[in-house]
Design a protein around this ligand. Structure first.
Ligand code: FES
Ligand SMILES: [Fe+2]
Length: 347
């Protein structure tokens, strides 16, 4: 299995990274992240050029990181600042670094050519900082390939079964979806609008709404690793005004950042942004706990599938109408990887 590399991936949450080195593997590449004494974020290969010891088990000294094996010290630009008993440091004793950027609570790392990060590809997530919004977030590691999480998130019919009693109700699975593919912008959209349906515990507990509700799910997937579920829940029968405003509705933006670790592991970063009860710590706690419970149900399911798959990459499958979004996502991912191979001159 491979991954599109000319992209930004979430490596960590900002509060995960301080002046202790943190090791993260993305697209099979081990990286170390740390902050300098002045707070600058550094991302570099997690491999000392001397004998290959991981820098993530070293120490941060001021702005520099020191290898824990023979003590070589590297500056934030990856150049070697000090080596034991060595007047002239070989120029090859340098650690490659990677561009990073902050999006909401997350640190994103550019996995393409380090010299040419494409800032236009950084995802937009205005809800993290917008007035009148609050958010909670977390990450669960997955012992499964990232494609299984893409499949999972693009087809929410599974909510009725895997997440029954929490966020799933019977209506999710039986309501038809509308799938659109924007090749130019590289976005797959899947929408499901449910009218006068049961309110699941996830929304009763957070919004106070009771059955029946109108419940809209509008997915935007930006391959390879960025997913936004626009949720609107409102008392049944209430409709937005012509300009789209909808004072009776609660809105949630459920984000997933899908980061491939390697062929069989993925980091499942999630966040839930909401435009109601923004100063309510109990709702924060409820949303964080409930969404984590939902994510863990997915993690358990995908881990079971991965364990069955092993090294099989094109298993026999039967696809249904519910899979149109997932299949479109797979095609787009494949096209991205093929384009990268052609650009690299190997296709
Ligand atoms: S392996 Fe890092 S200093 Fe020797
Ligand atoms: Fe799920």
């Amino acid at each position: 299995m491979t991954y599109p590399r000319q992209h930004w991936y979430v490596a960590a949450s900002t509060d995960d990274v301080g002046t202790e080195p943190v090791g993260r593997t993305i697209c099979g590449e081990p990286l170390v992240l740390y902050r300098t004494a002045s707070g600058e974020l550094v991302v570099m290969d997690d491999r000392c050029p001397h004998r290959g010891y991981p820098l993530s088990v070293g120490t941060v000294c001021g702005d520099e990181i020191q290898c824990g094996y023979h003590g070589l010290r590297f500056r934030p630009d990856g150049s070697c600042a000090w080596a034991p008993n060595q007047d002239r440091i070989p120029s090859r004793a340098t650690v490659p670094t990677r561009p990073s950027a902050l999006v909401g609570p997350w640190i994103m790392v550019w996995m393409g050519d380090p010299a040419a990060p494409d800032l236009d590809r950084l995802p937009s997530a205005p809800w993290f900082d917008a007035e009148g919004w609050a958010h909670v977030h977390g990450m669960e590691p997955l012992d499964a390939r990232y494609g299984l999480l893409v499949d999972n998130l693009l087809d929410l019919s599974h909510e009725s079964f895997l997440h029954a009693g929490l966020i799933g109700t019977p209506e999710v699975a039986v309501t038809p979806i509308e799938t659109t593919v924007d090749e130019e912008q590289a976005v797959v959209r899947v929408s499901r609008h449910m009218e006068s349906v049961e309110c699941p515990a996830f929304y009763t507990g957070s919004t106070g709404l009771q059955t029946p509700i109108d419940r809209w799910q509008d997915i935007e997937y930006h391959p390879p690793g960025w997913y936004v579920l626009h949720v609107r829940v409102a008392p049944a029968g209430s409709t937005p005004t012509a300009d789209g405003d909808h004072p009776q509705a609660a809105h949630l933006e459920v984000l997933y950042a899908i980061t491939p670790v390697d062929d069989h592991h993925t980091m499942d970063f999630w966040a839930v942004c909401r435009d109601f009860a923004v100063d309510d710590a109990e709702v924060d706690e409820f949303m964080a706990r409930s969404n984590r419970d939902v994510v863990l149900q997915d993690v358990d399911a995908l881990n079971l599938i991965e364990a069955r798959l092993g090294d099989e990459w094109e298993p026999a499958e039967v696809s249904l109408k519910i899979d149109t979004g997932g299949l479109a996502a797979r095609r787009m991912l494949q096209a991205m990887m093929s384009a990268e191979l052609v650009t690299a001159g190997t296709g």
